[in-house]
Structures are given as structure tokens and as C-alpha cells.
Design a protein around this ligand. Structure first.
Ligand code: UTP
Length: 473
């Protein structure tokens, strides 16, 4: 067999070698433009890698499975618990000052990952555009950018924002920021960088799926794709040039994350850690959160789906959960540590996820699967943890800092995040001595006050408010 007319011969051979020639089923039906698009997509696929990743058990071949590892899991070595901070305020104040100094020296950059497809939420735009502010329906993006600006203002130094997008979110995100003048962030303080994609394969056969006759079914390569994306888009160079050596990392779905939290930065530095992770105390053994633990003296995260039930429910001599530390996916990374891992593309493993992926079948029929039919390949950023010499595990108050928007309703939904913001802002006003009407709805822009301390400098106890309360810049 030879390549169809105008299809590159060597690429044809590659497809044949990896049994993926079905991608050319509709070649002769395609316009020249569509043919050229298909060629470009095929050229970008590493078929040897796909074959390797699809092979049964591929992700576990090199090492033991995460469930086996979990059998040896112990509590992490370097931990700062909430009670440690409240019982030694002097130390916590010192950490805050230390973190503040890092910010004032311009050494901190912020990374926001916003490339996910947000399929559980089912919102037809990038998740960051979701309206979540209790009064003004401020979007997740705006809340986070304003927090960053408020911190930068406190520090008297810009904080550069590195926002990761994907093919699924890039154009709309960039346009949204442009329409809103970057929510006040200067053009040169904002960097968008796009992550890569991976093709989805049919779960039964390993064949790469076609979304359309000329379009391969691809999806973003996971938040771990951030490492390659930072490197390939020259972001490490930008950071180095600007003297940024410490990176605050967060995800677009949590409006209550404390962006560039000075105290967290300070503890990270004091611990001499390469990576830090904010954790919350798990509500129950089976709560669907990755746990942070040590295995063979390496701090790591084991996903809830990999954690056997009998280990999840282990307790210590006081009856408390042994593996209490649930990851919130808020991190600090040292830039040189990340860069070193990014320089070796094989360091981060791929994970397989069984998902529903629409495709066209052999008779060109569009299929909308009702159950998972495909495997997607994704990298997870937390897989860098075991590469670090020291990981600081830092406990936070869930109610204050961890209220992600994951699902359309129920737990971790817009409603719970909305309620959390309202509760937090109302609590700040109440602690200023203000009496609020019952059931008041409150929203405070970070540019008005980034935290309770800043609010106290502006609000007197006899101030009167009627609901809804909005305090803006
Ligand atoms: P999730 O794992 O919750 O995925 O992402 P998601 O895409 O938002 O939602 P579902 O699972 O499809 O419902 C956690 C964070 O990682 C980012 C997301 O944008 C979110 O901030 N992410 C995820 C990426 O940036 N790229 C990816 O490939 C995946």
C-alpha cells in the first residue's frame, strides 16, 4: 500500500507501523485546507509514546502501583499544622514578614492553571469566566487577578501572573481579559502560555479517535503539562530575567485561595523547601481528596482513587486519621526545581483516564457515547513532589481557603463557593464590630481589602450597611 495522493509518504509509513492508518479513512473527501490541517495534527502526535502509554498496565510498568506504595505510607515529615501557627503567633508573624520581603524583592511570580475543560461544571466558557461573586457576580478570573493586584500593591512591586491556557480555553480567555482591560493588570505583567494536547484513544482498540473527518480528538495534557508548557513558551527565561525564583501555584476553580499568601511563602522559605503544599484535614476517610504522605522518605500525593479503603481509614493511637492531610492543589515551587524537571521530558508520568469522548465511527456517524469509551492521557503537577528533597506540608482552614468550583451542583459547586465567599466577607465585617442585617449578602473586592486586617483599617464599628453590601476599589 502506498500513501494516498498528496499525503507525505514517510508519515504514511509511521501510521502503518503503529496501526493508525484509519486516520486517513476520509482523506479523499477532504478539501485541501482540511487535508493540510489533518497532516499537521498527525505530525504532532508521538505514536510510539501513545502505543507505550496505551499498553495494558503501561502507567505502572516501571514501578509498583500507587496502591502498593500506599501500604508503606506514613505521615509527612515536614508539617506545619494550623494549631502550630495559632499557638506560636510570633513564629507565624515572622514567617509573614519573611514572605512579605520576598514579595517586596520581586522574587515571587504567580502561576494560574486554567486549561482544563471543566466538564463536570458544564459551563460553556472557560471556567475562569464563571460568575461567582455573591453580589456583583464577579468572575473567578477577576477575583483572582484583583487579589494578585492587591498583594502587589501591598508589596510595592508588580507580581507577574503566568496563566496557563489550552486549545480548549485560550482564545476565549485572552479575549475576555482584553475586553476587561486585564482587570487592571498591566499588559507586561500578564503572560498567557498554552499547554499541549494529547490524542484520545479508543479504550478497546487503542486507535486514535477522530472527532471529525479531518480532526483528531485531542484534549489538554493535564495540569502537569504546565512544565513542558512553561519551558516551550520561554516562561522560565522570562522568570529568570525578572529575578523570579519562587512561584505561587493555584487553580482557577478556587476563589478563596489566598493568592501569594505571605505567611505561606515565609514558611516555605524557612523550611528550605523546594515545594510546599497547602492541605486541609480530611472530613472522612473516604473523602475524595488526594492525600499527602511520605513513602520511603519521599513526600508525595496519592490520589483518592488509588488509596485502598483499609489504608484511608487507618488511625493513630489517639484515634485520629493517620492520613489526614488532603491536598488543596495550592503550591509553592522553587523555579529552579521546576525548571530542572521540565528539562527532562520523561520525569513526569502520564496517567490514564477513562472518559466519554465523542467521535466519528467507520461509517462517518457522529457518536455521543453514554459511557466512557476512550482513554485520555494526562500529567499531574503533583507528581513532581517526590523529586524534591524537602516538601513543606502546610495546613490551612478549609472554610477560609478551600472552596473549589468543580461540580454543577451539590458539593464543591458554584453554590457552595458563593456561600463561602459570603460567609468569609460577612465574617470580616462582623469582626470589625459591624452589625449586619440577618442574611446579608456581602462582597468585598480584594482591591478594597485583601484581608480582615486591611478591612479593619477602613471600617469603623459604627458603620451601617444594608444588604446587599458591595465594597469595591
Ligand atoms: P480539574 O482536574 O478539576 O479539571 O482541574 P477541570 O478541567 O477543571 O474539570 P473537569 O475534571 O473536566 O470537570 C484542576 C485545575 O487544573 C487545571 C484546571 O483548569 C483547573 O484549574 N487544568 C486541568 C489545566 O490547566 N489543564 C488540564 O489539562 C487539566
Amino acid at each position: 500500500m502506498s500513501a494516498p495522493e498528496s499525503f507525505p509518504e514517510d508519515l504514511y509509513q509511521t501510521l502503518a507501523d503503529f496501526d493508525q492508518s484509519h486516520l486517513l479513512t476520509w482523506w479523499n473527501d477532504l478539501s485541501e485546507q482540511a487535508q493540510s490541517e489533518l497532516v499537521t495534527q498527525i505530525q504532532h502526535i508521538n505514536f510510539a509514546q501513545i502505543q507505550r502509554l496505551y499498553a495494558p498496565g503501561a502507567t505502572n510498568q516501571k514501578t509498583e502501583s500507587p496502591a502498593q506504595k500506599a501500604e508503606r505510607a506514613t505521615r509527612p515529615a515536614t508539617v506545619v499544622r494550623l494549631e502550630d501557627r495559632s499557638s506560636s503567633p510570633a513564629e507565624s508573624e515572622e514567617a509573614t514578614k519573611q514572605g512579605q520581603k520576598l514579595l517586596e524583592a520581586g522574587r515571587v511570580g504567580a502561576i494560574l492553571v486554567a486549561g482544563g475543560q471543566g466538564s463536570r461544571l458544564g459551563f460553556s466558557h472557560p471556567k475562569g469566566m464563571y460568575p461567582i461573586g455573591p453580589v456583583k457576580q464577579t468572575s473567578l478570573f477577576q477575583i483572582l487577578v484583583e487579589q494578585l493586584r492587591a498583594r502587589a500593591r501591598q508589596a510595592g512591586q508588580p507580581i507577574f501572573y503566568f496563566i496557563m491556557t489550552s486549545d480548549a480555553t485560550h482564545d476565549e480567555t485572552v479575549e475576555y481579559f482584553q475586553q476587561h482591560q486585564n482587570f487592571g493588570l498591566a499588559e507586561d505583567e500578564l503572560y498567557f502560555f498554552k499547554q499541549g494536547t494529547m490524542p484520545a484513544v479508543d479504550a478497546e482498540s487503542g486507535l486514535v479517535l477522530l472527532a471529525e473527518k479531518h480532526r483528531i480528538a485531542v484534549s489538554p495534557d493535564g495540569h502537569g503539562g504546565m512544565l513542558a508548557a512553561l519551558k516551550n513558551n520561554g516562561m522560565f527565561d522570562v522568570m529568570r530575567e525578572k529575578g523570579i525564583d519562587t512561584l505561587y501555584y493555584h487553580q482557577v476553580d478556587n476563589p478563596t485561595a489566598i493568592v501569594c499568601d505571605p505567611e505561606f511563602l515565609g514558611y516555605h522559605q524557612k523550611a528550605n523547601a523546594e515545594v510546599s503544599v497547602k492541605v486541609v484535614s480530611k472530613r472522612s476517610p473516604d473523602e475524595k481528596m488526594g492525600i499527602v504522605c511520605d513513602v520511603d522518605e519521599k513526600t508525595q500525593i496519592i490520589e483518592y482513587s488509588d488509596l485502598p479503603h483499609h489504608i484511608a481509614e487507618q488511625t493513630d493511637e489517639e484515634g485520629k486519621l493517620l492520613h489526614w492531610a488532603g491536598s488543596t492543589a495550592i503550591h509553592i515551587f522553587n523555579r529552579d526545581f521546576l525548571e530542572q524537571i521540565a528539562n527532562d521530558d520523561d520525569r513526569l508520568p502520564f496517567h490514564q483516564a477513562n472518559k466519554k469522548v465523542p467521535y466519528i465511527d467507520g461509517s462517518s456517524k457522529q457518536v455521543e457515547p453514554e459511557k466512557p469509551n476512550a482513554i485520555k492521557f494526562e500529567r499531574f503537577i503533583f507528581d513532581v513532589l517526590p523529586e524534591a528533597e524537602t516538601v513543606l506540608v502546610y495546613e490551612i482552614d478549609r472554610q477560609r481557603e478551600f472552596n473549589p468550583v468543580k461540580n454543577a451542583e451539590g458539593q464543591d459547586s458554584p453554590q457552595t463557593a458563593h456561600e463561602a465567599l459570603n460567609r468569609i466577607f460577612s465574617g470580616w465585617l462582623t469582626s470589625c464590630g459591624v452589625t449586619l442585617p440577618a442574611d446579608a449578602t456581602v462582597e468585598i473586592s480584594p482591591l478594597y481589602a485583601v484581608d480582615e486586617t486591611e478591612l479593619k483599617q477602613k471600617i469603623s464599628a459604627d458603620a451601617e450597611f444594608t444588604s446587599p453590601v458591595y465594597l469595591g476599589e
